[in-house]
Every structure is written in C-alpha cells, then in structure tokens.
Write a protein that binds this ligand. Structure first.
Ligand code: IMP
Length: 202
C-alpha cells in the first residue's frame, strides 16, 4: 500500500508542483487543509526552517501520520536578500503575483544584467511520530528585465535559470520540477522517507 503524506499548504501552485515532483515515488500526497480544519498557520518564525516546522507541527497535531511543512522565498543579492522570508507578503499582503513582480522590477530598474543575481530557497520539514527532520534546496538564478512566460506561479516569470537563459515561467514544469529549490528539497525528503521504515498509522 502506498504511504500517505500530508502537505500543509494553502497554495495550489505548490501542491500541484509537489505532486509532480513526488510522482516517481509511491506516495499519496494530500493537502492537510483538505483533510482537517487546521487554523491557517502564521509564519512567525525567523527562518525558513522555523516556519516550515511551525506548519508541519500544526499539521501533525491535527492529523497525526506523516506531515510535511514547507517554506520558501526569493533572495535577491542587490536587495540584501529581500524579499526572502517575506516573499509571500512582499509589496503588501494583498498584492497579486503580477504586482509583486512589477515592484521587484521597479526596484531593480537601474541594475544591469550581470548584477541581478538571486536564488530561490526552500526548506521542507518532515514531522512524524518518531521525530522531525529538515531538508533544504537552493536554486541559483537571476532576475529578468521584464516578466516572461505564463507557466508556474509567484515569481516564476521574473526568475531566469542561467543555463537556459529563460525564466521558470517560460521553461515550464518539466524543467522546473527537475531543478528547482522545491524539487531538490522534496527529493531529499522523499529519499529519506524511502530509506526508513515509515508506515501509515493503523
Ligand atoms: P511561503 O513559502 O508560503 O511563505 O511563500 C513564499 C512565496 O515565495 C510564495 O508565495 C511565492 O510568491 C514565492 N515563491 C516560493 N517558491 C516559488 C517558486 O517556485 N516560484 C515562484 N515563486 C515562489
């Protein structure tokens, strides 16, 4: 029987991506919010790891079983690592993804290509009855001069993957889900689960 994992996210884009990333493994991935009335977790941690753990622990308390929490962000070097931990709230809680991208391009208006380096960071927290463990993925790239492409979500239209010279929104899920920060972190987590004797609770 396949192992059921609960992911604590309200972001459909992330859920879809993680399902695709984990498709080679024999897991059933469910949204924790679909299964239980978890109060949305506030991201009050000072690091991605703290936020990922807050989410996974809240999911574990509500559901038990094997629970994954995730936190991620975009770090831009000329902005001293911003928006970083505040990527979801950047340019105002209610700003759309397009609004956030426009604000970043505006802040980088005077910054030439070659000085627009950035990275996506993702930390996954795994919480189960036997303990907890963290996994990290980092994807290096640069910020484009204008939004390009229609795939993905969030900052994908302004994040260029240098070996391809294209944004993640142009490259689409096949390339993104092989190389992204999220792909790296979730694959490490999946390999760890496979290396242990995890079982669905009876
Ligand atoms: P959080 O992990 O829910 O705090 O959200 C982090 C924010 O970073 C998301 O809402 C997106 O705006 C952005 N982000 C994280 N990962 C990605 C990605 O793979 N593509 C585009 N934007 C991302």
């Amino acid at each position: 029987m396949s192992l059921t994992l609960y992911l604590v996210t309200q972001n459909q884009g992330k859920l879809q991506e993680v399902r695709e990333i984990l498709s080679p493994y024999r897991f059933k991935l469910e949204s924790a919010y679909r299964q239980s009335r978890i109060t949305p977790v506030e991201e009050t941690g000072q690091t991605y790891a703290e936020n990922a753990l807050l989410k996974a622990q809240a999911g574990f308390e509500a559901l038990g079983g094997i629970v994954l929490g995730e936190d991620s962000g975009l770090e831009i070097d000329v902005l001293e690592g911003a928006p970083g931990l505040y990527s979801a709230r950047f340019a105002g809680e209610l700003a759309s993804a397009q609004g956030k991208n426009a604000r970043i391009l505006e802040l980088l208006q005077e910054v030439p290509s070659g000085r627009r380096s950035a990275r996506f960071v993702c930390v996954v927290a795994l919480v189960w009855e036997g303990g907890k463990k963290l996994f990290q993925g980092i994807c290096e790239g640069e910020i484009s001069l204008e939004p390009r492409g229609t795939e993905g979500f969030g900052y994908d239209p302004i994040f260029i993957l240098p070996p391809f010279g294209k944004t993640l929104a142009e490259l689409g899920p096949t390339v993104k889900n092989r190389l992204s920060h999220r792909a790296q972190a979730f694959k490490k987590c999946a390999d760890y689960i496979c290396s242990q004797e995890f079982r669905n609770p009876s």
